[in-house]
Design a protein around this ligand. Structure first.
Ligand code: AMP
Length: 250
C-alpha cells in the first residue's frame, strides 16, 4: 500500500512540475521581446532574420520600416529621409509612433525581435513603459569594433523584397544581384557609403553607452555577444543568450 501511495505522490509531483514548465514556456514565448543593440554592420539584421525564423516571431527593423515609408513617399518617409541621408537619427517621436503602430499588429502577439530600436534612452524608456508588464525583455549587445564595420558595411547588399543581407565578397548571392531566397533585386543602401557610415558610427558611439548602461542597470536583461566572430558562432552565441524557455517552445 505504502509503495503505491509513494508512486502516486511521485507522479503527482512530476505532473505538477511539467504543468508549471509548460505554463512558463508558453507565457515567456508569447511575450518575448528581443532587442538587438550594436553599431551598423555588427550583424543585427542578419541574426534578427535568422532568429525570427527560429523562434517564429517577427523581425522588426526600424531602419527597414523607414526605407519602406521612403519608397512609399508618405509623410513619415519624407521626414525620415533627410535624417537618414545625413547619417543622423530620426527624431524619437517619429520613431516611436511608427514602431508602436507596427508592434500593435496581430503578428506581434507572441513577441518580436527589434533590430535598430531603441537607439536612444528616451526610446528605451518609452518601450519599457509600454511592455515591461507584458513582455520579457532581452537585450543582446553585439560588441564590434569599428575596424570590422567599415569593410562589412561598404560591401553590403540587401534584397529590395525581403531585406535579406549579403556581402559582395564574404557572402555573395549565388546569382549576381539576385536574392537567393526570393529572387528580388539586390541593392546597396545609399547610407552604406563610407562617408555617411562614418557619421552613423559616430552617432552610434555617442548614443550607445547610455543605452547599454540603461539595460545593464536592469536585472537579467543585457547579454553581451562578440560581434567579431564568424556568423555561425555568433548565431550559436545568440541562441545561448536567450532564455531556455523560448528555445524549448520551438
Ligand atoms: P538601420 O537600417 O538600422 O541601419 O537604420 C538606418 C537609419 O534609419 C539610421 O541611420 C537612422 O537614420 C534611422 N533609424 C533607424 N532606426 C532608428 C531609431 N530607432 N531611431 C532613430 N533613427 C533610426
Amino acid at each position: 500500500m505504502r509503495f503505491w501511495i509513494g508512486i502516486i505522490a511521485m507522479a503527482g509531483v512530476l505532473l505538477a512540475q511539467d504543468g508549471a514548465a509548460l505554463e512558463r514556456k508558453n507565457r515567456d514565448n508569447r511575450h518575448l521581446a528581443v532587442i538587438l543593440l550594436g553599431p551598423p554592420g555588427a550583424g543585427k539584421g542578419t541574426h534578427a532574420g535568422r532568429l525570427s525564423h527560429y523562434l517564429g516571431i517577427p523581425h522588426i527593423s526600424t531602419g527597414e520600416l523607414f526605407r519602406e515609408n521612403i519608397r512609399n513617399e508618405n509623410p513619415i518617409g519624407k521626414t525620415a529621409k533627410s535624417y537618414i541621408d545625413q547619417g543622423n537619427l530620426v527624431p524619437d517621436a517619429v520613431v516611436l509612433e511608427m514602431l508602436f503602430a507596427r508592434t500593435a499588429l496581430p503578428d506581434c502577439k507572441d513577441g518580436y525581435i527589434l533590430d535598430g530600436f531603441p537607439r536612444t534612452v528616451t526610446q528605451a524608456k518609452a518601450l519599457d513603459q509600454r511592455i515591461s508588464k507584458t513582455h520579457q525583455l532581452i537585450a543582446l549587445n553585439f560588441n564590434t569594433p569599428d575596424e570590422f564595420l567599415v569593410d562589412r558595411i561598404t560591401g553590403r547588399l540587401a534584397c529590395k523584397e525581403c531585406a535579406k543581407i549579403y556581402h559582395k565578397r564574404y557572402d555573395p548571392p549565388k546569382q549576381a544581384n539576385i536574392c537567393d531566397s526570393c529572387e528580388g533585386a539586390l541593392y546597396q543602401r545609399s547610407d552604406d557609403k563610407e562617408d555617411i557610415l562614418r557619421q552613423r558610427l559616430a552617432v552610434y558611439r555617442k548614443e550607445s553607452q547610455p543605452l547599454i548602461d540603461f539595460y545593464a542597470a536592469k536585472k537579467n536583461v543585457l547579454r553581451q555577444i562578440d560581434g567579431r566572430n564568424a556568423k555561425e558562432q555568433v548565431f550559436h552565441d545568440v541562441l545561448d543568450a536567450l532564455p531556455q524557455v523560448a528555445l524549448l517552445a520551438k
